[in-house]
Design a protein around this ligand. Sequence first.
Ligand code: PMP
Length: 357
Amino acid sequence: MFGDYGEKINLSSYSYLGLIGHPDIDDAVRRSTASHSTGSHGVRLLSGTNDLHSRLEDRLANFKKSQDCVTFTSGYAANLSIIAGLVRPRDYVIGDKLNHASIVDGCKLSGAGFFRFNHNDPDHLHHRLRQLPVDANVLVVCDGVFSMDGDILNLPKISEVCKENGALLMVDEAHSLGVIGEKGTGIEEHFDLPPDAVDIKMGTLSKTIPSNGGYACASSEIVEFLKHQGRGFIFSAAMTPQSAAAAIAALDVIECEPERVGQLHENAELMRMLLNRAGIDTLQSETAILPAFCGADQRAWFLAKYCIDNGVFVQGIPYPVVSRNSARLRCTVTSEHSSDDIHLAASVIAEAFRKIA
Ligand code: PMP
């Protein structure tokens, strides 16, 4: 990481596979500018759709082994549009207690009866579902990898409970696409589950994929429905040709360079091992998001400042982003970190924790 602050090891990037600056992706963007210029002429349903949007949606559907796909201009817009498009005031939506704010906002906006279940607890979800009228339309929404804790949704059990109770399941793969599964295709691959374990596979194009946008991969019926009921699709301009071209090229790179995913897994394991060996609690994290738990908000401020002053760019996460007294440093590892970077960063973090002991 460069700039006015000097060179630092960046432990705050979502570019999990280091694809920002990949020559093939930059080249695809240059070609899209030559062929399509900038801008999109308007909303998708009127004049906004071009061949890059259609190719991106086919590519995502293929990557996620879904029938079809619809894209939005951001992950945030996708969550609002998908959730508020699928459920209405007479329906119900149930979410994990640690879901991302964009999911919570979508649930509130929908006007549907909104309940939460205890974090990653299929039995509590089952209990919640049993409390609803038998003929209700119910959507269950969860993060695939929880963004502040780095733990993975118990998809085998959550999917089973949803099927048993006739609820649709939507999973937000913002932090699992490109990150989990041997090939980086996400949560079904990680658990070796069939593609229909999740009904609506939502994700962003702003993290592993170095672009902007969000998507829903689902059955053709659901995708068609969202194209006519998802307000962020209907009333907001199409994503730029550059964003679409970058995302298509990034999916190609993920498939052609699987070693990046393997390197990411190795780096995350090394960082976890070094932090744990220094006595730092990384909660239930199993992924590239590693919380270094410290409790009080003031401790997180101190730790972050110490790390930044000593060459490691990492952020403290306080209440209300996480619950009271569960502040943490939130470290994200990428495939681009060298083993030396990780050892050095872990030793600075460990030194910061010793200062507050
Ligand atoms: N879902 C999750 C889990 C996220 O972490 C984020 C972004 N931090 C979003 C959705 C929103 O995505 P975007 O930034 O592309 O709008």
